[in-house]
Design a protein around this ligand. Structure first.
Ligand code: GLC
Length: 611
């Protein structure tokens, strides 16, 4: 009898051993089986996301780490190839597969306008431009292309899309927001279906195969509504306004099956979002029925206290209790693991809360196919940089024509391709880094030839006739322009690259060299000004000098798209995703405000028509 019982028990353990690895089983059953086998240590390891700089296979094995990320600019080697990236990620994965239960890691990165950390990747226009294009299908195609380039490097997860509704352009992250209008941001959540694939069941997190990646709607909630646009600050207002303005895009993101949601550094009515249990658990998880996992921002829990990290035990307690499932630590992971373990063992955090977090993480990992395909697929290697035509199309569609001729009867655009001599001037005419903006190769982005692509000047030179003389001078004097014998000039100026708080700006004037270049050139010859910026800038003082003005936002690597339009191969279709103020004293000022006196209203955009 004893032998029979032992055999039955052994058989049961064997059959149990197969269940979570059995692809014929429903995902919920696989999750529950795996969860039931996990120790507290293994569970807390799953909730821990660490920066790749301090990640090795053995660290992942030892601490059962569930996720690794590349912060902005964090690369395995300068200008690393797709193969180098994939080998690095696969090496970390080996560490995870070597653990008792072999739970694979999920590797996250900010592929927010293409796979922008990676040298040579296609860099798409930033979201503020895509909002002006107003084309949900285009954005979905961009998502699909980005997923392919991310998978080329063996990575399975991107911290995108940002669905912030930027209500004040003084915010350094306004370019990451599709628009000031929640309905337009909502419409752009089609990118999630491009990144992940179409979820088969509304509201169910889904990643459709090895050509897709898990997505992340961020930053929940109210990141774009802070006082004076001060990054990570306080969003004040009623719950109704919070829902109607800032939460609205999450409804669609969740319907589309977004796999993760990242919490905002900011506060709502003085309560830090990273400890806001009502908005995270009661609303996001219960009322909106979000079934993926909630992730903190980078050191987001540390910043619950002021100064950051002042009381880490408190930070861990209130953030995990609030409903955050995975903590982007990213460096002091033993401290996080020890603190959380202690809080659970002392009964301050329930095992139910830990199980909810781990269940969600495992669910995403199963839906992302990580258990069946934990390693990179070399067939995608060639996808890096393989979507430049799509990016060029996107650039064309983002451009907004704000002025065309000092007298509408005499429009300047489309420009002649057969002019005898033209001047191209400005700090952003021949500078790939400037036209890409922040979150490009490095976290902040940088001026110069930081990656591969086509500058605006190169696009112009490619487009005009071989008999047209193109003169490039970054900041010409008015006398040299006057004496130059130019048919017209194209002045390309704007903001230097920036990201996050470094982009907070209270005056929003065109950086001085740009303003001077506009005046010196446009006072001497017919001029088109092309503004490269993450948001509207103060243009009113210079508008009368300009014969034409185009908002090109942050176009990315394919500057050819600008020449395609200004020389008439395509007409403008962009409608501004943002209100253009007359002066910063009017801010915040958004579509629908009672006091609304813009230079150019939300949705404004001219066409050239036929000359
Ligand atoms: C940053 C950003 C967030 C990004 C994360 C990882 O601080 O706030 O948008 O996804 O850290 O790089």
């Amino acid at each position: 009898m004893l032998l029979l019982l032992l055999l039955l028990a052994f058989d049961a353990s064997l059959s149990r051993a197969a269940l979570y690895k059995d692809t014929s089983q429903p995902i919920h059953a696989r999750v529950q089986d795996l969860l039931s086998r996990m120790t507290l240590e293994e569970k807390i390891g799953q909730m821990t996301q660490i920066e790749r700089e301090n990640a090795t296979g053995s660290v992942i094995t030892k601490y059962f780490i569930g996720s690794v990320l590349s912060g902005g600019g964090s690369v395995p080697a300068p200008r690393a190839s797709a193969a180098t990236w994939a080998a690095f990620v696969d090496g970390l994965q080996d560490g995870a597969l070597a653990t008792r239960l072999g739970i694979p890691i999920i590797y996250g990165i900010d592929a927010v306008h293409g796979h922008n950390n990676v040298y040579g990747a296609t860099i798409f226009p930033h979201n503020v431009g895509l909002g002006s294009a107003g084309d949900p299908d285009l954005v979905k195609r961009i998502g699909a292309a980005t997923a392919l380039e991310v998978r080329a490097t063996g990575i399975q997860y991107t911290f995108a899309p940002c669905v912030a509704v930027c209500r004040d352009p003084r915010w350094g992250r306004c370019f990451e927001s599709y628009s000031e209008h929640p309905e337009l941001v909502k419409a752009m959540t089609t990118i999630i279906s491009g990144l992940q694939g179409e979820t088969p069941a509304k509201g169910v997190p889904y990643v459709g195969g090895s050509s897709k990646v898990a997505a992340c709607s961020k930053h929940y909630v109210g990141d774009g509504g802070t006082r004076s646009g001060i990054n990570e600050n306080n969003t004040v207002g009623s719950y109704k306004r919070l829902v109607g303005t800032h939460m609205l895009p999450y409804f669609d993101a969740i319907d589309k099956g977004v796999s993760t949601v990242m919490i905002s550094y900011s506060s709502w009515n003085g309560i830090k979002m990273h400890k806001n249990r009502h908005l995270i658990t009661d609303i996001l998880k219960k009322r909106l029925r979000f079934k993926g996992f909630v992730i903190s921002d980078w050191q987001g829990i540390d910043r619950i206290t002021n100064p950051a990290g002042a009381n880490y035990t408190y930070s861990v307690l209130v953030s995990v209790t609030a409903g955050i499932d995975m903590i982007m630590v990213p460096y002091e992971y033993t401290k996080f693991i020890d603190t959380l373990t202690s809080l659970v063992k002392q009964g301050f955090i329930s095992l139910d809360r830990i199980d909810d977090a781990v269940r969600r993480i495992l669910f995403v990992k199963f839906t992302a196919g990580l258990f069946e395909h934990p390693k990179s697929d070399s067939s995608y290697r060639s996808q890096i940089g393989a979507h430049r035509d799509l990016a060029r199309e996107a650039v064309r569609k983002t451009l907004v024509l704000l002025k065309n001729g000092k007298n509408a009867k005499y429009p300047l655009l489309p420009l002649s391709k057969t002019a005898s001599k033209i001047l191209v001037a400005g700090s952003h005419a021949n500078n790939l880094g400037n036209q890409c903006g922040g979150w490009t190769i490095t976290w902040q982005g940088a001026s110069g030839n930081t990656t591969l692509g086509t500058t605006i000047l190169q696009g112009i030179s490619n487009t005009v006739s071989k008999n047209t003389q193109v003169v490039y001078e970054e900041s010409p004097s008015s006398s040299s322009v006057k004496g130059g014998g130019y048919d017209f000039a194209i002045v390309v100026v704007g903001e230097p690259p920036y990201a996050e708080t470094q982009g907070d700006n209270l005056n929003l004037t065109i950086p001085q060299d740009g303003a001077n270049t506009i005046e010196s050139v446009c006072s001497s010859v017919k001029c088109l000004v092309i503004l490269i910026s993450g948001r509207p800038l103060v243009v009113a003082p210079h508008l009368s000098s300009m014969d034409a003005l185009v908002a090109a936002w942050l176009p990315g690597s394919e500057g050819q798209g600008i020449a395609d339009v200004i020389f008439g191969d395509y007409d403008f279709q962009g409608k501004s995703s943002r209100t253009w103020f007359k002066s910063v004293e009017q801010l915040p000022m958004n579509y629908g405000d009672v006091e609304y006196d813009p230079l150019f209203p939300f949705g404004y955009g001219l066409k050239m028509g036929k000359k």
